[in-house]
Design a protein around this ligand. Structure first.
Ligand code: 5RP
Length: 260
């Protein structure tokens, strides 16, 4: 069987395939969560099978852990790894400074811990996630279940003094019940439309009792790999100030698509 990739999956796949080139034998790698990160895990599995690389992966969610094991990536915990060479993950939005909104898939807490414990973070994405100002995508905030309505009210109250356009939050649901993260918490999505000062917002949110973490990733991402539907790939490194373009050639009959 071969896959019939949609244009958006093609963009995600080529970004993932290019990013996996940055993984070297022996590395400890943080494995992100989401549909783009899932492509990366499959591409890494393919490299391990074909090249016999010795890689250990630290997944950022139970979903990613399951996929990694399925495709032959050795999985260890962050406490076993302690520190990582590289993390590759998707994002919901990124700006020109490579600040991010993450957590659309609900894994922001583990994603932020793992990315922060890495020498380098690479974000893989399609061009639709690039924005001038963060905030059109609802900002996920992970809160403990105890007293979540009070925490949500305190969050909304704090937004009044900040440079944001919207000020409402909604509890993320999973059917009729609140969504529960891998850490047993809930998520409040903030509808801000435009975030004037992401760094300040992140600090303010994380000082509210009941808030565990928020989905703003400030000064964490080093490189972004943008895949396009025609196979083009752009790589921007914020530390080097470099920008390169290339192309990924692939056939939809490749082994990697066999199970999709
Ligand atoms: O932050 C995330 C999960 O918590 C994801 O990386 C983000 O939601 C992007 O997902 P996708 O690649 O499916 O668009």
């Amino acid at each position: 069987m071969s896959a019939n990739l949609s244009p958006i999956d093609t963009a995600k796949f080529v970004a993932a395939k290019r990013a996996v080139d940055f993984i070297e034998d022996g590395m400890r790698v943080g494995l992100g969560t989401g549909s783009t990160a899932a492509w990366m895990v499959r591409c890494l599995g393919e490299r391990i099978r074909e090249e016999g690389l010795k890689i250990t992966g630290v997944p950022t969610s139970s979903r990613t852990a399951e996929l990694a094991r399925q495709v032959g990536v050795k999985v260890i915990s962050l406490d076993e790894a302690r520190w990582l060479d590289l993390t590759i993950d998707g994002a919901d939005e990124f700006d020109a400074d490579l600040n991010l909104i993450k957590g659309g898939g609900g894994a922001l807490l583990q994603e932020k811990i793992v990315a922060t414990a890495s020498d380098m973070m690479i974000v893989i994405t399609d061009p639709s996630k690039q924005v001038e100002h963060l905030g059109a995508f609802p900002l996920p905030v992970e809160v403990v279940p105890f007293g979540w309505q009070t925490t949500k009210a305190l969050i909304e109250e704090s937004l009044g003094s900040l440079d944001v356009l919207g000020q409402t939050g909604t509890l993320r649901m999973n059917g009729d019940a609140p969504f529960v993260t891998d850490e047993g918490n809930h998520i409040v999505d903030l509808h801000l439309q435009r975030i004037g000062d992401p760094r300040k917002l992140s600090l303010v949110l994380n000082q509210i009792p009941g808030v565990v973490e928020n989905g703003l990733f400030i000064d964490i991402c080093d490189k972004v790999v943008i895949g396009h539907q025609d196979g083009r790939v752009e790589v921007t490194d914020i530390n080097e100030g470099s920008h390169h373009e290339g192309r990924i050639e692939f056939a939809e009959t490749d082994n990697i698509f066999a199970d999709i």
